[in-house]
Write a protein that binds this ligand. Structure first.
Ligand code: 8YV
Length: 312
């Protein structure tokens, strides 16, 4: 008999078809009586497929005694309890690298969108305002000072793209990287003081929670722009709303939020804020490559061979 697999959220039809060839797939998000389901099926579930944004709760993993692997369809593993995985002995995998370009592209797209006011420009044409006169001026994206918080795979891909903008690039992260020529700052506060556009690209950990706090946002200042493509938890969203409301920042462009899919109403009302619904890796091409990697990890695990991209 096929092993049971819990699918935590909707996936592409191709990926779902591949999963169904291999497993007895249960769509967790469609199960209305979850307690009854667990009572009947808990012993049969050996695998979970989830998103980086979703992970799996400690309680659900604890309720599945024969869970062997959590395959994350995403790079972030902040929503999976790795201590529990190690203690219990279940594996955790993610999909690094294949989504780096997309997330970096979006960081650049959002930066340009907020500086050049692309969303407002689109609306300016559609609403007919253009016929009454030119749109107010926006701000230049090239030859600006960019700060990248988190210079890992995605942060570096953002920096490479920014080089073509003749940008001044600085970074802050876990430490100064010996082979990197960009200016290093040992704290987000010092980075914020030194840049106009602060791009948040670090992984979510307990240490990075609210690392972009009120002080950092105020240091970014009235000419400053915040761009976040990593996780909502890195930014103190309440402070962001306050600082934007008081005019303490020029603008923000956000793909991630503290309580997705809920976005503070204040942000929705702001013209100088560009919003996206966590679409960093949401392209047909990349989702296809992510699916291939998730399946390769599951296949390797159940064949007893080395996992391509293990986290635990
Ligand atoms: C999501 C992400 O997992 O890679 C990550 O960590 O947050 C995203 O790619 C995506 O929602 C998967 O469907």
């Amino acid at each position: 008999m096929k092993a049971g697999l819990l699918q935590m959220y909707p996936l592409t039809p191709q990926m779902e078809a591949e999963l169904q060839k291999r497993f007895r797939v249960h769509r967790w998000y469609e199960i209305s009586d979850k307690q009854a389901f667990l009572q009947a099926e808990r012993g049969a579930i050996k695998a979970i497929v989830t998103g980086g944004h979703l992970g799996v709760s400690h309680e659900l993993a604890a309720a599945l005694p024969n869970l062997e692997i959590v395959a994350i369809n995403g790079v972030g593993f902040d929503k999976v309890d790795l201590h529990q995985a190690r203690a219990r002995g279940f594996r955790v995998t993610n999909t690094p690298d294949v989504l780096t370009e997309d997330v970096a592209d979006l960081a650049i797209g959002l930066s340009i969108a907020v500086l050049r006011q692309l969303v407002r420009a689109d609306n300016y044409v559609r609403s007919g305002q253009w016929k009454s006169g030119e749109m107010p001026l926006s701000n230049k994206a090239s030859r600006r000072r960019y700060g990248i918080y988190g210079l890992g795979r995605i942060g570096k891909a953002i920096a490479i793209r920014l080089e073509a903008f003749n940008a001044d690039i600085a970074y802050c992260g876990r430490g100064k990287q010996p082979d990197v020529a960009y200016e290093y700052h040992s704290s987000p506060l010092s980075l914020a003081r030194a840049c106009d556009v602060l791009i948040v690209a670090a992984a979510a950990t307990p240490e990075t929670r609210h690392v972009i706090d009120r002080g950092v946002l105020e240091a970014l200042g009235t000419n400053g722009v915040l761009v976040n493509i990593s996780r909502g938890s890195l930014v103190d969203e309440k402070a962001l709303v306050d600082v934007l409301t008081s005019g303490g920042l020029r603008g923000a462009a956000l793909d991630v939020f503290e309580n997705e899919p809920h976005v503070p109403q204040e942000l929705i009302g702001m013209q100088n804020v560009v919003l996206a619904p966590h679409i960093g890796a949401a392209t047909h091409e990349t989702r296809g490559e992510m699916a291939t990697l998730v399946l390769a990890n599951l296949d390797a695990h159940f064949a007893g061979t080395e996992l391509p991209t293990p986290v635990v």
